[in-house]
Design a protein around this ligand. Structure first.
Ligand code: HMH
Length: 221
């Protein structure tokens, strides 16, 4: 059926990889309470670095959205996303100090460096808006689905990690991700087959980088 949204088709087609990114053993261990705090602290330090490099990518996507013909609502959604990235950076600083993680001495690990480089390449004005917004959505939705899964009924999340799960698993963040997805689908619907397939390749890359990122966190990179 040609009526199914592009992102829906992608998820169906790449279900195993999608589940690999959103139901990683690290995430399952947070949910069942067996999480190793050394892994959590490693994740915290590395993710702070990642989020900082997500900002210029978000800014470049914002610029692209501002050039789209339309009602200008895309830009406002991305602007809201950037505002929450600002909160997120402060949250990381606060959380790191609680867990005695020194953010200034975190050394970026290879999977993180590669992921950040991928984002940097996507900041180019040559990268089409449908590609950028698809990546933007994919990055956010992996965390949203992962941490929302942690929060599902019957969880045994350690008290210290409850706030982390709520940060990305809360309903508001879920709504935001749905909006990003609608924007992506609307763009993809109008895009050429070449651009759609570039966006799909980029979507797959995000899923692979996310799996590598979780693996790095548990010390298996
Ligand atoms: C690695 N992916 C990674 N870190 C994040 N903070 C997000 C996605 C969502 O913002």
């Amino acid at each position: 059926d040609c009526k199914i949204p592009v992102t829906e088709a992608w998820i169906r087609k790449h279900r195993l990889l999608y589940d690999g990114a959103t139901r990683h053993p690290f995430i399952r261990s947070i949910r069942d309470g067996s999480v190793d705090f050394t892994s959590f602290k490693r994740w915290l330090g590395q993710d702070y670095i990642f989020v900082r490099s997500f900002v210029p990518f978000a800014a470049s996507t914002l610029v692209k959205s501002s050039k789209e013909s339309g009602d200008g609502l895309d830009m406002e959604v991305i602007l809201g996303g950037m505002a929450s990235l600002n909160d997120e950076i402060n949250w990381f600083k606060n959380e790191a100090s609680k867990f005695h993680v020194s953010l200034t001495s975190v050394v970026p690990q290879k999977p993180n460096i590669k992921y950040c480089r991928f984002l940097e390449n996507l900041t180019s004005s040559e990268v089409e808006y449908p590609v950028a917004i698809s990546v933007f959505w994919a990055i956010e939705v992996v965390y949203q689905e992962s941490f929302a899964h942690c929060l599902e009924e019957g969880n045994m999340i350690p008290e210290e990690l409850q706030a982390t799960c709520e940060r990305w698993g809360n309903e508001g963040f879920g709504t935001y991700c749905k909006t990003l997805r609608e924007i992506a689908d609307r763009c993809l619907q109008k895009a050429s087959p070449e651009v759609i397939s570039k966006a799909e390749v980029a979507f797959l890359s995000v899923l692979e980088y996310e799996v590598d990122f979780w693996n790095m966190s548990v010390g298996e990179a």
